[in-house]
Design a protein around this ligand. Sequence first.
Ligand code: 1HE
Length: 258
Amino acid sequence: MPPLPDTLQIKIQDNILLVKLNRPNKRNALNDELILAIEQLFANIPAGVGCAILYGEGGHFSAGLDLSALTERDAVQGLHHSRMWHRALDRVQFGTVPVIALLHGACVGGGLELASACHIRVAESSTFYALPEGQRGIFVGGGASVRVPKLIGLARMTDMMLTGRVYPANEGLAIGLSQYVVEEGNGMKHALELAGKVASNAGMTNYALMHILPRIVDSAQDQGLMMESLTAAIAQNTPEAKARLEEFLAHRAKKVGE
Ligand code: 1HE
């Protein structure tokens, strides 16, 4: 993999990949360099990594699309630019490891699109969410139309864009923008704890959650149920599943909640 730009920094801690957006003076606004680096990184997750944590340097997760480049694009360039975002964020969602977004400060526009491509969102209490595209006179182009209504529903996304509504962290939790809210400064500790659990799952379980469950959700009931049965059959046939079930039956495995 070619070297990543300074605006995207990585570190491996045990088997967890820490990925930092590093453009704090521009509030981690996402320019092409950064989006292409995200695409490249998530297409080449180092072997042995079991989970990734994506977070932002400075006071904010991300202020979204870098607006400074927008005025120079014509319609066709705009189409290709949006498709580039789709490719990159698909790499995040449908890559090889589950991704936890650790949020604080602004998680707006393209920043929310990036966060919603991740599998788990942990929000520190300073987090706020918005889709200011409506106010900027543009439209979402990084996948929000597809991913955000799946989190919060069509009506709430429509309201966010029509009125510029800003959701604070606790309301974001209530409506499904994040799965967790934690005290300011505790996010990394919490994300690492979750990442450890995620990374210890059977590989087929994580694969099914990342690659099969979203397709089941997008399917008609009949096809969805068939895909579920096939997935369940494959998962239970793996040596890892058989070993874990034996552990439980021998009273050596943790009970639920332990
Ligand atoms: C930026 C950007 C940006 C900051 N593109 N440069 N997103 C938005 O509409 C959000 C725009 N940003 C803001 O509302 C605010 O910057 C924040 C609430 C996120 C943070 O406020 P604050 O007071 O901490 O920072 P600031 O003073 O506004 O910004 C600091 C610098 O970052 C400043 O640059 P400077 O050179 O004057 O110091 C800002 O211009 C710069 N900056 N945000 C470019 N977004 C695939 S389609 C997705 C479509 C979208 O994402 S649209 C939504 C874009």
